[in-house]
Design a protein around this ligand. Structure first.
Ligand code: GRG
Length: 297
């Protein structure tokens, strides 16, 4: 994965929390819980969870609170991947190096496992446990997450994506689609950790949002570069799928060389976004930015 001790430690912490959470669900609900476990624990880089921890730890948020936010966001992400792979969407049979949920289980169970993970995320975030955030912070966090995945965010981005197969998109439209589909949840991962800190500093909030939205764009450019250049074994998903599905990508719009140049420029801009906050620039957020840009899958 990476040599970073931060990434390894908080990757493991995310896995343990999610594993424990699923163990507490009713095993009678098999195969539903099995399918949820299969998709939630079967791999994944945990970039969104790591962003929650990196931001929150830099701002002294208690880890028990970050566990909850990170787990909820990973549940939502896993849900979106299950639904994204369905025959009515991308119709893919490989995800995270294993059969997609609807191939391993049946389609109806996969749809329901996605629905259950989506709901479970909000159950976890809203659970009345006083050891976690104050009510006002909790409400803001729930609002930011819901806003980032609904019709103003991920669902809208996915709609544009599904309808854009075979179409040509101009660069600003492509950037907007990915911002909605992928960028908003990445942004929410950083923003919710900031909100959990209870800090009220507009400059800091703006800098973190700027960092996160640029990181989300870099994540997607890297994803398109990998889709065009890596093999399915390395990616754990079907390589070259975008091209096959005639999806507009950064490679189809800019070409490989220009996409790589754009990514290198963004790497600088991402770090520059934090330049007013040396403590953040020197935090695991920097490692994560490097990881997102240098990753091989
Ligand atoms: C979530 C409300 C809601 C609706 C679902 C299906 C759908 C609507 C949206 C799909 C959007 C989607 C799949 C976005 C993510 C695209 C993407 C780049 C996924 C890969 O993320 P990684 O590389 O995956 O972080 P791992 O496997 O490492 O977690």
């Amino acid at each position: 994965m990476t040599n970073s001790s931060f990434i390894t430690a908080y990757y493991n912490q995310t896995q343990s929390f999610l594993d424990q959470y699923l163990q507490d669900l009713d095993p009678q609900l098999s195969p539903l819980v099995d399918a949820m476990r299969y998709s939630l624990l079967g791999g994944g880089k945990r970039i969104r969870a790591l962003l929650v921890y990196a931001t929150g730890i830099s701002l002294s948020v208690p880890e028990a609170e970050l566990d909850v936010i990170a787990a909820a966001i990973e549940m939502i992400h896993a849900f979106s991947l299950i639904h994204d792979d369905l025959p009515a969407m991308d119709d893919d049979d490989l995800r995270r190096g294993q059969a997609t949920c609807h191939v391993a289980y049946d389609e109806a169970v996969a749809i329901l496992a996605g629905d259950a993970l989506h709901t479970e995320a909000f159950e976890l975030l809203s659970h009345n446990n006083t050891q976690y955030f104050q009510a006002e912070q909790r409400l803001k966090i729930i609002n930011v997450i819901a806003n980032s995945i609904g019709q103003k965010g991920m669902v809208q981005g996915q709609t544009i994506d599904v309808l854009s197969s075979g179409e040509t998109l101009e660069l600003p439209e492509l950037i907007q689609m990915h911002y909605l589909k992928t960028g908003r949840l990445i942004e929410a991962s950083v923003h919710t950790a900031y909100l959990a800190s209870g800090i009220d500093n507009e400059d800091l909030e703006r800098a973190l949002l700027d960092f996160a939205s640029k990181l989300g764009l870099a994540f997607q450019i890297k994803d398109d570069i990998l889709d065009a250049t890596a093999d399915s074994d390395t990616l754990g998903k079907t390589a070259g799928k975008d091209n096959l599905d005639e999806k507009p990508t950064f490679i189809s719009v800019l070409g490989l060389e220009e996409s790589e140049a754009e990514l290198a420029q963004l790497h600088q801009d991402i770090l520059h976004a934090l330049s007013g906050f040396p403590k953040l620039l020197d935090s695991p957020l920097r490692e994560l930015a490097d990881y997102v840009i240098q990753r091989s899958n």
